[in-house]
Design a protein around this ligand. Structure first.
Ligand code: UDP
Length: 341
């Protein structure tokens, strides 16, 4: 039956993933019909389960790497939010080809589909603050780019591609460099990484938190609904071609996180290439009216209410972390491997 409403249409790639699914929620709240493209490699249909009877959300499980330029999914879309991609540091060191294929070439495909669709008024790319590497803080958007591992490189190259499509083809684009996003639906499976999943599972098991280094390192954690709000603001008010940091401008130490969660700790070696502090300068996005809404303690408490979701997540300890990060130390550490002649 033909639809009779005239809701605007948005495409969200990676919309079944952690941040993408919150973007879908936000867009539904703003009165959009949303087409999710997600091959469910990292995302889960369960992340959209609360919307399962909502006729305004559809899921297509195409892989972005095989999207055709004339994909019907982009027809009549006004907004495109591109979150689909692969994360995590260690697997990116082990399989750089896959990271560049998905995060760069996949982005090219999404851009081409957006360009051919003609009606796209804004394309917003989920970039990563990891492009700054070991940066001076608070970090501004024009600070030097120094990716430390292939994941960071791939997300940065994706950003370059996005800006290039803006420049050459006139597609109105923005790139959002996300700092440490956290909140409900942060992933509970997969490779070692993302401190929240690691610590929640340890708490459930009554095991000590594996604190890296001395725990005084800090991260600019930003609650996921604040990230979705920043992306929506950019889609409505940002001048095309601009890059924005998306952080809370309020770094929190790992020891403080441990204090909020409550439990014993065990210390594991500091990892090479990891910044001691990440801290976004968010003056630029504030000019669009952005203001983070969720204080860290509130965000953590909200996640804690759903801690049972981590019951089946992998349980990490000192030994399994040492094994999982051995490639990291091998390639990024002081005795790093150099090419032989
Ligand atoms: N971290 C930790 N224990 C862990 C995993 C992570 O103390 O088992 C720390 C890590 O050193 C970093 C912070 O938590 O300071 C965030 O780590 P995550 O891997 O989530 O993000 P990123 O390092 O990419 O900022």
């Amino acid at each position: 039956m033909a639809r009779t409403d005239h809701k605007p249409i948005a495409v969200v790639t990676g919309g079944a993933g952690f941040i993408g699914s919150h973007m879908v929620d936000r867009l539904i709240g703003e009165g959009y019909r949303v087409r999710v493209i997600d091959n469910l490699s990292g995302g889960h249909e369960a992340n959209l389960a609360h919307l399962s009877r909502n006729r305004d959300v559809t899921l297509d499980t195409s892989d972005i790497r095989s999207l055709s330029a004339n994909s019907a999914l982009f027809q009549d879309a006004e907004l495109v939010f591109h979150f689909a991609g692969i994360g995590d540091i260690v697997p990116s060191i082990e399989q750089p080809t896959q990271y560049l294929d998905t995060n760069v070439q996949g982005t090219v495909r999404v851009l081409e589909a957006s360009r051919y669709a003609k009606g796209v008024q804004r394309f917003v790319y989920a970039a990563s603050s990891s492009c700054y590497g070991l940066a001076a803080t608070p970090t501004r958007e024009d600070f030097p780019i120094q990716p430390q591992y292939p994941y960071a490189l791939s997300k940065y190259l994706g950003e370059q591609v996005v800006l290039h499509w803006g420049q050459v083809y006139g597609l109105p684009v923005n790139s959002m460099r996300i700092f440490n996003a956290y909140g409900p639906r942060v992933r509970t499976t997969g490779a070692y990484g993302a401190v929240f999943g690691v610590f929640f599972r340890q708490k459930l098991a009554g095991k000590p938190f594996t604190v890296v280094g001395d725990g005084t390192q800090s991260r600019d954690f930003i609650y996921v609904t604040d990230v979705a709000a920043a992306f929506f603001l950019a889609s409505q008010h940002a001048p095309p071609g601009e890059i924005y940091n998306v952080g809370a401008d309020n770094p929190q130490t790992i020891l403080h996180l441990v204090e909020l969660l409550g439990g014993d700790v065990v210390f594991v070696p500091k990892r090479p290439g990891e910044p001691d502090c990440t801290h976004a300068n968010i003056d630029k996005i504030k000019q669009l009216g952005f203001q983070p809404q969720v204080p860290f303690a509130t965000g953590v408490a909200t996640m804690m209410r759903d801690i049972e979701l981590w019951r089946n997540a992998p349980l990490w300890d000192e030994a399994s972390i040492a094994q999982a990060t051995s490639t990291w130390f091998q390639y990024l550490g002081p005795g790093k491997r150099t090419p032989t002649a």
